[in-house]
Design a protein around this ligand. Structure first.
Ligand SMILES: C[S@@+](CC[C@H](N)C(=O)[O-])C[C@H]1O[C@@H](n2cnc3c(N)ncnc32)[C@H](O)[C@@H]1O
Length: 288
């Protein structure tokens, strides 16, 4: 790379020489929110990986198909300070896809640190490309299962967490694979600074109901939404989603569209299909 100088040497070795798609490992008993797909990178993305992984990609993955975090790794405040080279607040986006949102946010807020979490090789490579082209210094990317990283994060290390358009897992038998779950919420609660927020958005009505069910009554969280959304009170699955319209509905507090989010393809697809976007803001409050 030409001018870009990372603020300090990263505290762990980086991964330019590693290729995407590590070998699968068996058995897999954990319920995962993703399917590990190894995809070949096209020439442009492979070049981005080769050029920018050294600068941006944190070498914290265990190297198995579940994309666990390396056993000896902890996301501590010291690691954050030495990796980003400052004490600025850290925002972590879970499931950054192609990286459009997290990179735009990092470019717009040079005094905030950003960590992109994504499991899919082409998404990671594309995020590397976008960050590298702009020579950003306040963003890092980790190719790990986000749920595992929050288990090893030091309390109070993160200012905000964002999860925009999580994989919908529409079949009823797959709802347990949805990433918004009480255990993750508990780990995010501990990782956040006091008063920190978890922002979530989805274009899937049944997922919106799922978020309310998981989060609205969960100890330590306050839904600070100021608008009202009407949602069916029962779940539907793939194939019978149209039944939802005739079900009894109730009102739930939600948020205005988060102004800090750029329109990604996933949000655009939802809008083009006539779906309503549901935005949520949950504030971490003291556990009773
Ligand atoms: C539907 S896409 C949305 C991407 C992006 N947020 C957007 O709006 O364009 C969801 C993304 O979450 C990623 N993902 C799913 N489970 C994950 C996990 N446990 N850790 C990190 N990323 C995950 C998927 O690989 C996928 O790229």
């Amino acid at each position: 790379m030409t001018d870009l100088q990372p603020p300090v040497e990263p505290a762990v070795a980086n991964t330019a020489t590693r290729t995407p798609a590590d070998a699968p490992e068996h058995p897999i008993h954990k319920v995962l929110s993703f399917v590990r797909r190894s995809a070949r990178l096209d020439t442009r993305l492979q070049r981005a990986w080769d050029n920018y992984a050294d600068t941006y990609l944190l070498d914290i993955a265990a190297g198995n198909a579940r994309l666990d975090v390396r056993e000896d790794f902890r996301l501590t405040k010291d690691f954050i300070t030495s990796t980003w080279g400052n004490n600025n607040p850290l925002i972590v986006e879970i499931g950054t896809g192609q990286g459009e949102n997290v990179v735009a946010a990092a470019a717009a807020h040079p005094d905030t640190n950003f960590l992109a979490l994504e499991v899919y090789d082409p998404g990671v490579a594309h995020t590397l490309l976008l960050a590298g082209k702009q020579q950003l210094t306040n963003i890092r990317i980790a190719q790990v299962n986000a749920a595992e990283l929050f288990k090893v994060t030091e309390p109070g290390a993160i200012a905000e967490v964002w999860t925009f358009f999580p994989d919908p897992w529409p079949k009823k038998k797959h709802h347990k694979r949805r990433i918004v779950q009480p255990e993750l919420a508990g780990n995010i609660h501990s990782a956040l600074v006091s008063g920190g927020v978890w922002r979530i958005a989805t274009d899937i009505e049944d997922y919106a109901l799922h978020v309310h069910e998981v989060m609205d009554q969960l100890a330590g969280w306050k839904n600070i939404g100021t608008i009202t959304a009407s949602l069916p009170l029962e779940h539907v699955g793939k194939g019978n989603a149209d039944l939802a319209a005739d079900m009894p509905h109730a009102d739930f507090p939600e948020s205005e569209r988060f102004a800090g989010r750029v329109l990604t393809n996933f949000e655009k697809k939802g809008l083009d299909a006539g779906r309503v976007i549901h935005d949520f803001t949950y504030r971490a409050v003291a556990l009773q």
